[in-house]
Design a protein around this ligand. Structure first.
Ligand code: FES
Length: 102
């Protein structure tokens, strides 16, 4: 795991919302749920739809293209057609920043 780096102000990600950020040429999705903030790959493992264009329902992330669903807490698949889990990254809050480690 690499070093933690600030990717977004905490104030820019209200609870219940998600937002795409870029780090080292990789696009990540930050999801702010009641259970915390999680960072995952922004591309669906099924056919590479951008998940930031889908929906966040609690800790369930819905793909906009074919309705696949992932659990943002660990990236596991909750509903197909996606079969492979989403990569997830460590997140911490430091001061007022959301930091992610790749
Ligand atoms: S691209 Fe996400 S379920 Fe098909």
């Amino acid at each position: 795991m690499g070093a933690f780096r600030a990717v977004l102000k905490l104030s820019e990600l209200p609870a219940g919302r998600m937002r795409a950020v870029s780090i080292d040429g990789r696009e990540l999705l930050l999801c702010h749920t009641r259970e915390g903030i999680f960072a995952l790959d922004n591309l669906c493992t099924h056919a590479e739809a951008r998940l930031c264009e889908g929906r966040l329902r609690g800790t369930r992330l819905l793909c906009p293209l074919h309705g696949g669903a992932f659990d943002v807490r660990d990236g596991r698949v909750l509903a197909g057609p996606a079969q492979q889990p989403l990569a997830r990254y460590a997140v911490r809050i430091a001061q007022a920043d959301i930091e992610v480690a790749l």
